[in-house]
Design a protein around this ligand. Structure first.
Ligand code: MRU
Length: 357
């Protein structure tokens, strides 16, 4: 396991390690309401595809709990009760869903929560207990899935001694352990030392602030580079593989991940370095054909104008700030999932046949 907790459900509240403050300050944000969770996802207190899915599941519990506390369902007719709960649940679902548009894990987790039918419970209290248990289960399942991905990834990449990663696909981006960094953790524990090059990941510096922090904490050797150094690194140093996470993988095998991933994949191909993606099946979206069909989140231009209180560009400069990009399937050597190693879209369809989104 990673040596920190990204999130914890404690006394009916969601405790989040504030990722906007790392690595300088290790502070916990306590979410007591669904709105607190929505704000935390939007502001990226919690970020990374699987982590926002898990956080949203707890946000759903907080939303339903407050719905139940605000109405006296006991004195209502079954019809009024049913209509109120249905409308309330839909509002909660939509509020959480619209916090961030690109990572499909958010929608996946919320659908898992919606699937629990309150009509199958004898009281609203027992329904709330059931959805609380479900959210706790989803968090634990995410950790178990990462451990499995780690094992499968280490079987495949065990010989790699030096890898490059982009953004943060670690314990911080998941329930714990991580996808790309989970594979790296598993390689280290099974085969010994591994050296990781982490890109800074402009503009929000998930690589510099988060990947470097969590690998150092777990005693994994990490060297930081700026995003523009990837090409030179691949030309001059021995890089055995690139391994990254994903926010969505479409039916044709395209991978949507942090802005800059596409650039890294092209450089990897040019330099004959294999490019791997590690992701849970909850990131796979077989209902969407290709990367071009996915909404790419456009974030506030101030993120590019500077960082924190520092601004380094002139006012009113035109700025483009997409949070993610699409790596076409032909640049991906393989996708490592808990269902095995996937090579190409046919393999993806076959492994996903019995999967319920
Ligand atoms: O904008 P972020 O920080 O939420 O983006 C995160 C990424 O792009 C990760 O690489 C991805 O979610 C995979 S996390 C296991």
């Amino acid at each position: 396991m990673s040596s920190f907790r990204t999130m914890e459900w404690t006394n009916g509240n969601l405790h989040l390690l504030d990722q906007t403050k790392l690595p300088c300050i290790e502070e916990i944000v306590i979410c007591k309401t669904m709105d607190d969770v929505c704000e935390s996802i939007k502001k990226m207190v919690v970020r990374g595809a699987p982590a926002i899915g898990c956080a949203a599941a707890f946000g759903y519990v907080l939303g339903v709990r407050s719905l139940v506390e605000n109405f006296n369902f006991e004195n209502m007719s079954p019809d009024s009760c049913s209509s109120l709960v249905s409308k309330g649940r839909e509002k909660i679902y939509q509020s959480l869903l619209k916090t961030r548009p690109t990572a499909v894990n958010l929608e996946w987790a919320l659908k898992q929560m919606q699937r629990l039918d309150y009509k199958e419970h004898e009281s609203m209290g027992s329904y709330v207990n059931a959805i609380e248990s479900k959210a706790i289960y989803l968090l634990q399942e995410d950790i178990n899935t990462n451990l499995k991905i780690g094992e499968i990834g280490a079987d495949l990449l065990g010989q790699c001694r030096s890898v490059l990663t982009h953004c943060n696909a670690g314990g911080l981006a998941t329930g714990g352990y991580g996808t790309a960094l989970g594979v790296i953790r598993s390689i280290k524990s099974r085969f010994g030392d591994i050296s990781v090059f982490a890109t800074e990941t402009r503009p929000l510096l998930q690589g510099a602030r988060l990947t470097a922090w969590e690998l150092t904490k777990d005693d994994i050797q990490v060297t930081l580079i700026t995003d523009s150094m990837c090409g030179a690194l691949m030309q001059t140093r021995e890089i055995d593989a690139v391994i990254v996470g994903a926010d969505r993988i479409t039916a044709n095998g395209d991978v949507i991940n942090k802005i800059g991933t596409y650039t890294v994949s092209v450089l990897a191909k040019e330099n004959s370095i294999p490019f791997y993606v590690a992701a849970p099946w909850s990131t796979v979206d077989l209902g969407t054909h290709s990367g071009g069909d996915v909404e790419i989140e456009q974030r506030n231009v101030n993120e590019v104008r500077g960082f924190g209180d520092s601004v380094w560009v002139q006012e009113n400069l035109s700025i483009f700030n997409p949070a993610f990009d699409v790596t076409p399937v032909e640049y991906v050597s393989a996708i490592i999932t808990e269902r095995g190693v996937i090579r190409g879209s046919v393999d993806l369809q076959e492994k996903g046949l019995d999967y319920e989104f």
